[in-house]
Design a protein around this ligand. Structure first.
Ligand code: ADP
Ligand code: MG
Length: 616
C-alpha cells in the first residue's frame, strides 16, 4: 500500500496552531498588551475598529526590537524571555512561549513598527498569512506598534464564528480591564472606532479601579491587606450591600497576571457567608503575590488557569484576610460569631442609602476562628450530609429563584401538558381553587389529578410573550414619569445601553439623554414600577455581557427574556387567590405554556392514579 502520511505545509500547521492562541479579537488584545508590558513600556495605547475584527493595534513606548529581532519575532518558538526549561520556574514575564506573534501573523495582516532607543530610525514589517511582504526602514518613536488587521481573513469559517460586535467588544474590554487592573503603574488608553473609551493615567490601585468602573465604585471598596511568608494579599473587596447580580467585577491577579480560580473564588464567597442577598456576588479586586516557583501557570494555553503548590493554605489565608477586612470596617454586624445566624435578618439591599458606614472595630473578632470547619467545607465543595429528620424539609424552604429544591427534582409524569388542561371538565373548573405552597408553587386540582405551577417561571413566560409581542408587533404604551429618573452606569455599560436603546424604546422606555456615566429616563413601559428600572437595566446589561449568542441572536428576544426575568413574580412572594388564578389563566393562554423563556419546566401534573400508587 502506498504511504499516506504527509507533512502539513508550514502555513497550514501555523494556522492550526494559531487556533490555540487566537480565538477572537480579545485574544490578540491580550497577547499584544502583554508583549508591550514585557517590553517595559509605561504608556500603552490600544486602538480597536469594529470590535477588533477589522483592527487591533497596540502602541507602546517599550524597549523596541532590533532589525533582526523584528523579523525573528514572528517565527514560531522565537522568544527573548526564556532560554531553557528551568527558566519556566522563575518567570517574571507574561509571555514565554514565543507563539503569539507567529500565530497572529498566520491568520491576519500584520504591520509592525519598532525602534530601539539607541537607534535613529526603526523598522517596519508587513506580514500577511505568515509571509513577510515588506521590510523597510522607517522614522518612528522608540517602542513598538503592532497592527493586526482583518483577523481570520484566510479562515472564513473562523471569521464567521465570531459573535456580534457587542459581544466581541465586551471580550476586548474585559481583557483590557484585566491587564489595566494588574498594572496601575502603566498608563493605558483605549480607543474604539475613533473615540476614546478609557484613559487611565498612572495611579494607585484604588484610583485605577475608579478610573475604570466610574466614581461611584469608590465608596463601595473595602481594602484588604495581608502579608505573610507564603503570600502577600492586597486589594479591595466590595461592600456586601453593593454585591452584584453577576460575577462581572471579580478579579484575581497572581503576580500581576489575571487568573481564574474557582477554588479561591470559593474562599472569598465563604468569607462573605451570611452577608449577601441570595443570588448576588461580591465584587473583588485582589492581588496575590507568591513565589513564582510555587505556581504553575503553564497548564493552559490561554493561561488564565493556575495551579498552586499549597492551595489549602492560600484558601485559609485569603478567606481570613477578607473576613478580617469586613470585620474591621464593621461592614457586617453578622460577623459576631456568637450570635445564632438564624436570627439575623438577611442583609437588605438599600439603594438609597448614602449614610457613611459606622466604623466600629470589633476587637474580639478573630479571623482564624472557625477555620477548621470552613476548610473542610472548602475541600469537598459539598454540604454536610443530612442527618436529622428535619432536614427532609430543607429543600422546601423558599430559596433563590432558580435554585432547585428537592421538590422540583421529583419527576412527575404527565400525559396532559396542553393548554386545554381545564377544558372539558366544567365541574372541576367551576369549583377549582388554587393553593399557594411555600410561596413558590401554585397547586390546583385538575381533571386528571393535580397541577403544580412554578410561579416565578410561569410569570416569566407570560411577561416574555407580552414583551416580545410589544417589541415585534406593536409599539408598547409608555408611562411618563413625573420626575426624570437619573441612573449612573459605568462607561462600558453605557455602550451596551446605547446599542439597545432603540429596542428599549419599543418596549416603552423613553430616554431623554444617555451620557458618559448617566442615563436619564422620562418614560417607562406601562406596568413597570419606577423602583424596578435600575434593576431591569442592570440585569439586561449583565445578560448581554454573558450572552453566548447563537447565530440567530436577536436583541428583542434577549431584551424580552431579560425584562421578564427581572419583573416576574419572585419565589417567596405571597399571592392572593385572584392573583393565583389570574396567573394560571394567563399561563395557559400563552403560546408555549410548558416552559419558561429559558426552557425550564413551568408546571408539572400528577394524576390521581399516580397519587393512588403512593398510598398502596
Ligand atoms: P513571547 O511573548 O511568548 O516571547 P511573542 O510571540 O508574543 O512571544 O513575542 C515574540 C518576541 O518578540 C518576544 O519574546 C519579544 O522579544 C518580541 N516582542 C514582541 N512584542 C514586543 C514589543 N511590543 N516590544 C518589544 N519586543 C517585542
Ligand atoms: Mg507574547
Amino acid at each position: 500500500m502506498a504511504d499516506i502520511i504527509q507533512l502539513l505545509p508550514d502555513h497550514v500547521a501555523n494556522q492550526i496552531a494559531a487556533g490555540e492562541v487566537v480565538q477572537r479579537p480579545a485574544s490578540v488584545v491580550k497577547e499584544l498588551l502583554e508583549n508591550a508590558i514585557d517590553a517595559g513600556a509605561d504608556t500603552i495605547k490600544l486602538i480597536i475598529k469594529d470590535a477588533g475584527k477589522t483592527l487591533v493595534q497596540v502602541i507602546d513606548n517599550g524597549k523596541g526590537m532590533s532589525n533582526t529581532d523584528a523579523r525573528l519575532s514572528f517565527e514560531r518558538h522565537a522568544t527573548s524571555k526564556i532560554r531553557n526549561a528551568e527558566d519556566l520556574f522563575q518567570l517574571h514575564t507574561k509571555g514565554f512561549r514565543g507563539e503569539a506573534l507567529a500565530s497572529i501573523a498566520a491568520i491576519a495582516h500584520v504591520e509592525l513598527k519598532t525602534k530601539q532607543e539607541q537607534d535613529d530610525v526603526g523598522n517596519t514589517l508587513i506580514i500577511e498569512g505568515s509571509k513577510v511582504t515588506s521590510q523597510e526602514v522607517v522614522v518612528t518613536p522608540t517602542g513598538t506598534s503592532v497592527s493586526v488587521k482583518n483577523l481570520f481573513f484566510n479562515i472564513p469559517a473562523r471569521r464567521n464564528f465570531l459573535k456580534s460586535d457587542t459581544v466581541e467588544l465586551r471580550h476586548v474590554i474585559d481583557e483590557f480591564h484585566r491587564v489595566a487592573l494588574a498594572h496601575s503603574n502603566i498608563s493605558f488608553a483605549m480607543y474604539n472606532n475613533g473615540s476614546e473609551s478609557f484613559n487611565l493615567p498612572i495611579s494607585n490601585y484604588r484610583q485605577r479601579i475608579v478610573n475604570i468602573f466610574g466614581n461611584k465604585i469608590n465608596e463601595k471598596l473595602v481594602p484588604v491587606e495581608e502579608d505573610t511568608e507564603v503570600l502577600k494579599i492586597s486589594g479591595f473587596v466590595g461592600k456586601p450591600e453593593f454585591a452584584k447580580k453577576t460575577r462581572g467585577e471579580q478579579f484575581f491577579f497572581v503576580n500581576n497576571r489575571f487568573v481564574k480560580s474557582a477554588y479561591l473564588n470559593h474562599a472569598i464567597a465563604s468569607a462573605f457567608e451570611g452577608l449577601l442577598k441570595n443570588g448576588t456576588y461580591p465584587s473583588y479586586f485582589l492581588n496575590l503575590t507568591v513565589n513564582p516557583q510555587t505556581i504553575d501557570i503553564n497548564i493552559h494555553p490561554t493561561k488564565t488557569e493556575i495551579k498552586f503548590d499549597d492551595e489549602h493554605t492560600l484558601y485559609a489565608l485569603l478567606r481570613s484576610a477578607v473576613k478580617h477586612s469586613l470585620g474591621q470596617f464593621n461592614i457586617a454586624p453578622v460577623l459576631d460569631f456568637e450570635r445564632d445566624p438564624n436570627l439575623d435578618t438577611p442583609y437588605s439591599f438599600k439603594k438609597d442609602s448614602t449614610n457613611a458606614p459606622k466604623v466600629e472595630v470589633d476587637k474580639s473578632f478573630n479571623p482564624f476562628q472557625n477555620e477548621e470547619t470552613s476548610k473542610a467545607r472548602a475541600v469537598t465543595y459539598k454540604k454536610e450530609p443530612t442527618t436529622s429528620w428535619e432536614s427532609l424539609y430543607v429543600g422546601l424552604e423558599s430559596k433563590g429563584n432558580d435554585s432547585k429544591s428537592d421538590f422540583t427534582e421529583i419527576q412527575f409524569e404527565s400525559e396532559e401538558r396542553t393548554a386545554s388542561i381545564f377544558d372539558d371538565d366544567k365541574q372541576v373548573e367551576k369549583t377549582h381553587t388554587t393553593y399557594q405552597l411555600h410561596n413558590k408553587y401554585i397547586v390546583s386540582a385538575i381533571k386528571s389529578g393535580m397541577l403544580v405551577i412554578d410561579q416565578h417561571r410561569a410569570h416569566q413566560r407570560i411577561l416574555y410573550e407580552d414583551f416580545l409581542n410589544n417589541l415585534t408587533i406593536k409599539e408598547a404604551a409608555s408611562q411618563q414619569l413625573l420626575f426624570p429618573l437619573q441612573l449612573h452606569f459605568s462607561p462600558q455599560d453605557i455602550t451596551i445601553i446605547n446599542q439597545l436603546k432603540v429596542d428599549l424604546e419599543h418596549t416603552g422606555f423613553v430616554f431623554s439623554s444617555v451620557k458618559e456615566e448617566l442615563v436619564e429616563i422620562t418614560g417607562v413601559p406601562v406596568g413597570v414600577p419606577e423602583s424596578e428600572v435600575s434593576i431591569i437595566l442592570e440585569q439586561l446589561i449583565s445578560d448581554v455581557e454573558n450572552e453566548v449568542p447563537e447565530s440567530h441572536f436577536s436583541a428583542s428576544d434577549l431584551l424580552a427574556k431579560s425584562m421578564a426575568k427581572s419583573l416576574a413574580i419572585k419565589t417567596g412572594q405571597s399571592l392572593q387567590k385572584d392573583e393565583q388564578e389570574h396567573l394560571v389563566n394567563k399561563l395557559f393562554a400563552c403560546k408555549e405554556p410548558n416552559v419558561s423563556p429559558t426552557n425550564r419546566t413551568t408546571f408539572v401534573t400528577m394524576s390521581v392514579d399516580e397519587l393512588d400508587k403512593k398510598f398502596i
